[in-house]
Ligand binder design. Structure first.
Ligand SMILES: Cc1cc2nc3c(=O)[nH]c(=O)nc-3n(C[C@H](O)[C@H](O)[C@H](O)COP(=O)(O)OP(=O)(O)OC[C@H]3O[C@@H](n4cnc5c(N)ncnc54)[C@H](O)[C@@H]3O)c2cc1C
Length: 462
């Protein structure tokens, strides 16, 4: 048994939270979107929360963890979906939200502390004419460090690609877990050694990201009689020459029925295309929607949105779509499914027919390496894990890859395979393996190797 009172004392002057209810709350993220993860993770709690205010305080937390061999889980806003921020083996939770300063705004970049909320960064950028190149739909409560460590894309990715694409992350700084934690600087492509590693291989202190010129955007909602038409209109908008949408999401009518805040604003029972685009694109957007057989139900500038008391359009996109359904019915869940050819509407219709009534369609359009892609985040009405895996198998057999949203290993979802570059850096930055233990399926098998030997495994499938 560890003496947590002594550990809290050793952490001084860092603020700690030891109230058991609060520690339990800080041990959770949005894993409950998955009934499978909910069963696996709902009883996993940390022992103590530290809330450092500076990089020096964060370094002190890591030094104390190293001295006492404590598992350490970094936590930003705790909005991850796969239990990324759940302390599987208990221990110390380090919440970064008090390290939240915007340090520098320059031509096309912003440098911030890792615990800054993305909404605050955008609010600091806009008066200077900039905004983040992309942000998740959770921007109001999620941190930039959590996005870089746990996220992948978001609003803006239709223009700027995924977070991992060259130029989007300009620099990351991260602390090691050692007797005297060292700060390492990862520039440009090297930032990928730390990006999306779920806090396994270093505690990110500072992030420098690409910004883009801020534009007055209009949130748009168009409705369609069939999902095929809605999806096709989404693809047409995403690929239209001369238009610059930041968001384009197709949502089938049965899901839209779970959006009470939009009641009275949309034609009833129709499939919905949600978009965010510069106001200068509005006329062309209207013409395109009409040509695609759609009806533009709602267009809102930011001022109009606020006056109408409506949520941001992106709260009906990405995983907020699932959240809207879960607010009414906890038997809903979702899956993450790639689309092999975004232009092939027929294959999407055929897959929908093969899947049956317990899978409701929702697609996001984004740009990957310059090409418009789509991926699906459908609502799945959960009955059993066997049925979920049957759905996965139907998708995979038709060439639609599944990036499992119901797995708490970093190798399970987006990555699919082990990222040995991440793990080589884990060996360098966290030789005792204290950071977020249990989240890598392969770490225990390779932790005895030297970093260069782990690097050499890259390219091999575990
Ligand atoms: C409704 C909903 C919608 C979402 N939409 C999107 C979306 O559009 N795009 C998207 O990519 N994701 C999305 N997500 C997932 C998540 O919200 C984002 O990835 C978010 O950016 C995570 O930030 P956070 O501060 O909440 O991170 P947390 O959940 O606190 O942490 C995420 C991971 O990062 C690690 N971490 C946190 N801070 C640090 C640090 N300083 N150093 C090292 N590791 C750290 C944690 O240990 C954890 O493994 C969504 C989730 C929900 C519930």
């Amino acid at each position: 048994m560890r003496d947590w009172t002594a550990i809290a004392a050793a952490l001084a002057p860092v603020e700690v939270i030891d109230d058991p209810m609060l520690v339990k709350k800080r041990s959770r993220d949005f894993f409950w979107f998955s009934p499978i993860l909910n069963e696996q993770l709902k009883r996993r709690f940390g022992d103590l929360v530290a809330v450092p205010k500076t990089r020096e305080e964060l370094a002190h937390c890591l030094a104390v963890a190293n001295a006492h061999d404590l598992p350490v889980t970094l936590r930003g806003g705790g909005t991850g979906n796969y239990g990324q921020a759940v302390p599987l083996l208990g221990g110390l939770i380090v919440q970064t939200t008090a390290m939240n300063r915007v340090l520098e705004i320059g031509e096309g970049f912003v440098r911030v502390e890792a615990g800054a909320l993305m909404v605050d960064i955008n609010n600091a950028l806009r008066p200077r004419g900039w905004e983040l190149a992309m942000f998740p739909s959770t921007q109001d409560i999620a941190t930039i460090g959590g996005f870089v460590a746990g996220g992948s894309a978001g609003i803006g990715s239709l223009a700027s690609g995924a977070l991992r694409e060259p130029g989007n992350i300009r620099q990351l700084r991260a602390l090691s877990v050692e007797a005297v934690p060292q700060e390492h600087v990862f520039d440009a492509e090297d930032a990928l050694q730390i990006h999306h590693a779920w806090g396994l291989n270093g505690a990110i202190t500072e992030v420098t990201l690409r910004t883009v010129p801020a534009r007055d955007c209009v949130g748009c909602m168009a409705t369609f009689d069939s999902y095929a038409d809605c999806y096709a209109a989404g693809y047409a908008l995403a690929t239209a020459q001369g238009l610059s949408p930041k968001l384009c999401s197709a949502v089938e009518a049965r899901i839209v029925g779970y959006f009470p805040k939009l009641e009275g604003h949309l034609r009833q029972g129709r499939h919905l295309l949600v978009s965010l685009l510069p106001s200068s694109d509005l006329d062309d957007y209207r013409a395109l929607m009409q040509a695609q057989g759609g009806h533009v139900d709602l267009t809102l500038t930011e001022e109009q949105r606020q006056a109408a008391g409506l949520p941001h359009v992106f709260e009906f996109a990405y995983n907020h779509t699932t959240l809207q359904v879960l607010k009414s019915d906890r038997t809903a869940t979702y899956q993450q499914i790639g689309v092999p050819d975004a232009s092939d509407v027929d294959s999407i219709v055929r897959l929908e027919q093969a899947l049956g009534d317990d899978v409701w369609q929702h697609h996001e359009f984004a740009r990957l390496n310059g090409t418009v892609v789509s991926f699906s985040l459908p609502i799945v009405w959960f009955t059993t894990e066997a049925r979920l895996r049957e759905i996965d198998a139907i998708c995979e057999s038709r060439g639609f890859p599944v990036y499992d949203a119901h797995c708490f290993h970093v190798e399970g979802g987006g990555l699919k395979n082990a990222d040995y570059r991440h793990l080589a850096w884990k060996k360098r930055m966290d030789p005792k393996g204290l950071l977020n233990p249990g989240k890598s399926r392969v770490w225990d098998d390779i932790r005895h190797l030297e970093p260069d030997e782990i690097d050499a495994l890259a390219g091999r499938t575990p």
